[in-house]
Design a protein around this ligand. Structure first.
Ligand code: PMP
Length: 368
């Protein structure tokens, strides 16, 4: 099963809002010029507004330092490199266990130390909130704490709003610097505002944070490599300094980001009609994912499975940690040609109304 979003025909459809934006771009621009090191200015300002809200006090007070990034991975790289060089505390970043594999790889590569806090036990497929709080409480003060803003990959398990509030207080008590990876805004609840709850709560609680954004999934711009990296500073002059340092990193790494994806994002976010169209499309995707989760559980029960599959519908977003063992996963692949990683992570977007019964029957057979 694939990692990217697929529609109910199993194909990687292009968003209608993106098609419309590309028509505008074709007439509007007759150049392939370089962008600034930090990317297009309009892009950066619209990208940060989507994260923080149009009337955010941090934007009004010019306390945001945003650069366009080469996808979410590029944002991880730039933020990591910046923190490895300039973070004044302990340059160890604490990641949820488990998390997307590239988090550890990128942060180690840029020179940060990596450690872990408990997040979700794959055998139970539930947030280990006690373990998480216990581990975060033991992180040395002035270290970096890393979170996924919503629709956690690979578990599909997010803290509740009340739990985010408690985590924010604890992170404050420990004087940690929180970094949020936001690769799936809109996918969890179908609503961009709701899906910003985690990092907006931390900001309200007075944290300075970093927010790393990707449009790969939320606008289907995978190959356009479109993301952003924002640090919130104490004041404008600190934000300006951070921006200069990030520009320096970009200059020495790839000089400047690509322009096509950011032009698409600007056309969509700056136009109320296109933006509305895009929000509706993301909502539809989020609803399709929920419908596929329900269909998988229902079909497993119909096939006669006696296991409890509630976690499939309790988890959210694109991924589902199924609780299948590596042996069961291998059997699914060998006998049924269903492909998923050994940790049992199902990409829910790979399910369609046509294949969900086949997948459910196969899972039932290997878990008997
Ligand atoms: N963070 C998470 C949690 C992801 O799942 C991904 C992509 N799979 C990324 C970051 C990287 O995003 P991009 O594909 O835009 O580099």
């Amino acid at each position: 099963m694939l990692d990217n979003y697929r529609d109910d025909t199993g194909n990687p459809s292009i968003f209608k809002s993106v098609v419309e934006a590309e028509k505008i771009i074709k007439n509007k621009y007759q150049d392939k010029e370089y962008s600034y090191f930090s990317g297009m200015e309009d892009y950066n300002s619209l990208a940060v507004k989507l994260l923080l809200g149009d009337d955010s006090v941090f934007i009004c007070q010019k306390r945001t330092a945003t650069v366009q990034a080469v996808g979410g991975s590029g944002a991880l790289y730039v933020s990591g490199k910046f923190m490895a060089q300039f973070f004044p505390g302990n340059t160890c970043i604490y990641l949820p266990q488990p998390t997307w594999a590239n988090h550890e790889a990128i942060f180690k590569f840029v020179g940060l130390e990596v450690a872990w806090y408990r997040y979700c036990d794959p055998k139970v497929s539930k947030l280990d909130f006690e373990g998480l709080m216990d581990d975060i409480n033991k992180i040395p003060e002035k270290s970096i704490a890393f979170f996924q803003g919503c629709a956690h990959n690979p578990t599909g398990v997010d803290p509740s709003q009340e739990q985010w509030c408690e985590i924010s207080q604890l992170v404050k008590k420990r004087q940690l610097f929180p970094v949020f990876d936001v690769a799936y805004q809109g996918f969890a609840s179908g609503d961009f505002y709701n899906d910003a709850f985690s990092f907006r709560t931390f900001l309200q609680d007075g944290h300075k944070v970093a927010i790393l954004q990707s449009y790969s999934k939320s606008m289907g711009l995978y190959g356009e490599r479109t993301g952003s990296c924002t640090f919130i500073a104490d004041c404008k002059s600190e934000a300006d300094t951070i921006l200069t340092q990030m520009e320096e990193i970009i200059r020495k790494t790839y000089s400047s980001p690509p322009i096509h994806g950011s032009r698409i994002v600007v056309e969509i976010l700056a136009d109320e009609n296109l933006k509305y169209m895009w929000f509706q499309e993301v909502k539809m995707m989020s609803e399709r994912l929920k419908a596929m989760r329900n269909a998988l559980k229902e079909n497993l029960e119909k096939a006669g499975s006696k296991h409890n599959w509630d976690h499939i519908v309790h988890q959210i977003g694109m991924f589902c940690l199924s609780k299948l063992t590596p042996k069961q996963v291998k059997k699914l692949t060998d006998d049924y040609h269903i492909y998923l990683p050994a940790d049992g992570r199902i990409s829910v977007a790979g399910l369609t109304t046509k294949n969900v019964q086949y997948v459910a029957n196969a899972i039932h057979e290997v878990t008997k």
